[in-house]
Design a binder for this molecule. Structure first.
Ligand code: C2E
Ligand code: MG
Ligand code: MG
Length: 554
């Protein structure tokens, strides 16, 4: 049957195309080599800047609507077909749409010959970007093409790198300047990147605001960084050119071939995405080079997050409340206890709150776990109050609880339910999470005061210290963090500073609690500063309730 194709005339084929074209989105075409004539489905005229759906002088006419950079590749392929070196035409390249913007197409066609002589080519053109329409915005190939290409790269990958680029806060551009402007930014970013790469480097747009450059020509992390910086400069240039209408930046995650162990597309993308996320996490507008240790720490954190989530769903199984004694500095008598959370990982180890509290905060799990620890703290306080009626229980409250839950009402009603007078409760707030003039905090303070609950400003002296908080929050107690205490014990200047701060705090009629005293020597030195309360391993380490009552209550 194949031999008879040459008997079908071009005229007949044009009629068939005309007949079929209303039934399909793709474009059928015939290229008549003998008469230098081209015929394409009529609806192509509504999409591409072709002169008409029929035209002569085919090669020259293609110059009008083929993306200039792709003309040479097309010409090369056509020559191969005409000279009989190739039978089947299959090329991904770009045509220009009616706005003269590039659109990726896949053009396939079969050459029909009479003996050796090429008569015509018949085939079909489809838009690669049609499945992922967004690609036409940037004029780049998308992730399915990336995957197809990656599958052709020999394993292990040749030396080189992947540079995964992502616009910073792209959502904001769309929100503030509109989606159309967002598209312009994407198109311009694609252009900025294109300007910086060599023909041997491949560029794809992977998802909405992310791009990926592949270089398997032996480049190292250093080369990738240089490329990243060149792109950064191009973008700054663009931002300046459009007169700062949209000020945006780009982050880059670099993955060197040598760091890849699993070559499946999915595994490679995982590492490359991690690198980009890491660049963003470290502050954006920067690049990050993949490092196995960082990745392992990330996986560990991810696993811990899963454990924490599971624990919360199982009524906080694995969490434990520890209590650390607080003493009156002058009399050395017990003042109360700070409630400190512990987590026993299902893998057997005890995880430090320094590690898991930030995860609980990030995920919002601090809200249910905070409720749970509140119950533990008040239950313990109620029992101890039977022996020491003015025993104070101190509870750490995260800013996330303040902003996203009704924590103060919860504390007040839990205290009522446990018959613990509010005056026996201290709420510790960490400075780092405080946002000035946040209405949530204003409400929190009013509510605390109204109910007679005391407020302690935790972590004082850790770098976030803002004396304004002393005015805005009017805390009852300032807790000097262990890191500040340690510095004061080691350095005269810091010691004098701490002395001045505690004098000032006293002048304001507030109380000072010094944390982190580990030895008797330290205690003596700190005693000279006349703090009101003291806390530290020297007086007692945090411990479970049972041990706490045995050591300090009985
Ligand atoms: P924090 O509230 O400032 O608690 C004091 C920390 O200092 C505790 O660490 C305590 O064990 C430690 N510490 C006390 N005395 C000494 C000492 O003499 N030497 C040394 N080296 N350290 C001492 P921990 O229990 O690891 O807790 C760390 C942080 O985690 C806490 O700092 C607090 O910010 C947070 N955290 C703990 N439990 C909770 C909780 O239930 N809720 C919230 N939101 N945060 C909590
Ligand atoms: Mg605390
Ligand atoms: Mg503290």
């Amino acid at each position: 049957m194949e031999q008879n194709f040459h008997e079908i005339t071009v005229e007949q084929l044009c009629k068939v195309i005309n007949l079929l074209h209303p039934c399909m989105d793709d474009y059928l075409y015939v290229y008549d080599f003998i008469n230098d004539f081209y015929y394409i489905s009529p609806h192509a005229k509504q999409r591409f800047c072709i002169p008409d759906n029929t035209f002569h002088d085919v090669v020259a006419s293609h110059g009008l609507f083929v993306y200039p950079a792709d003309l040479a590749a097309l010409q090369e392929d056509l020559n191969a077909l005409l000279e009989g070196r190739r039978q089947f035409h299959n090329l991904e390249y770009r045509w220009l749409d009616l706005d003269r913007q590039p659109v990726w197409i896949n053009c396939r066609g079969y050459v029909v010959r009479d003996q050796e002589k090429a008569l015509y080519m018949i085939g079909c053109i489809n838009e690669i970007g049609a499945a992922q329409k967004a690609d036409n915005v940037s004029g780049l190939l998308g992730s399915s093409s990336l995957q197809t290409y990656m599958d052709t790269v020999p394993v292990p990958f040749p030396d080189g790198y992947l540079l995964h680029l992502g616009l910073d806060d792209f959502k904001e551009i769309n929100e503030k300047l509109g989606i159309e402007y967002g598209d312009t930014v994407l198109r311009q970013t694609a252009e900025c990147i294109s300007k910086c790469i060599f023909p041997s480097q491949k560029l794809y747009r992977t998802v909405a605001d992310e791009f990926l450059i592949l270089d398997f020509q032996g480049g190292s992390c250093k080369d990738a960084k240089a490329l990243y910086r060149a792109i950064q400069r191009e973008i700054i240039h663009f931002v300046e050119e459009c007169r700062y209408e949209a000020v945006f930046t780009i982050s880059g995650g670099i993955l060197e071939s040598s760091k890849i162990k699993d070559y499946s597309f999915y595994d490679v993308m995982k590492l490359s995405e991690f690198s980009l996320n890491e660049a963003k996490r470290q502050g954006k507008n920067r690049c990050y080079c993949f490092c196995q240790e960082d990745y392992e720490a990330f996986l560990k954190r991810k696993k811990l997050t899963q454990f924490l989530r599971q624990a919360v769903y199982q009524d906080c199984k694995g969490f434990e409340a520890y209590f650390q004694p607080l003493f009156h500095a002058r009399t050395n008598t017990l003042y109360g206890a700070e409630t400190l959370m512990r987590f026993h990982s299902p893998e057997g180890s005890m995880v430090s709150p320094v590690e898991f509290i930030p995860i609980l905060e990030e995920t919002g799990l601090i809200i249910p776990v905070g409720r749970w620890i509140l119950e533990q703290a008040l239950t313990a306080c109620k029992c101890i109050m039977e022996t020491i009626p003015d025993f104070r229980i101190s509870i750490n409250v995260s800013y996330v609880q303040v902003i996203k839950s009704d924590i103060i009402n919860e504390i007040v009603s839990a205290a009522n339910a446990h018959q613990v007078p509010p005056a026996n409760v201290i709420v510790e707030l960490t400075e780092s999470g405080l946002l000035e003039s946040n209405p949530h905090f204003t409400r929190l303070l009013a509510k605390l005061r109204e109910n007679g609950i005391r407020l302690a400003l935790d972590d004082f002296g850790t770098g976030y210290s803002n004396f304004h908080y002393l005015h805005d929050l009017r805390p009852d107690i300032i807790k000097i963090d262990r890191s500040f205490t340690a510095k004061a014990l080691a350095n005269e200047y810091e010691y004098n500073l701490l002395d001045l701060i505690s004098k000032m705090v006293h002048t304001l009629n507030l109380n000072v609690c010094v944390e982190g005293i580990e030895t008797s020597n330290e205690r003596n030195q700190i005693q000279n500063l006349a703090p009101d309360y003291i806390q530290g391993f020297y007086f007692g380490k945090p411990c479970p309730y049972q041990q706490f009552t045995e050591n300090y209550i009985k």
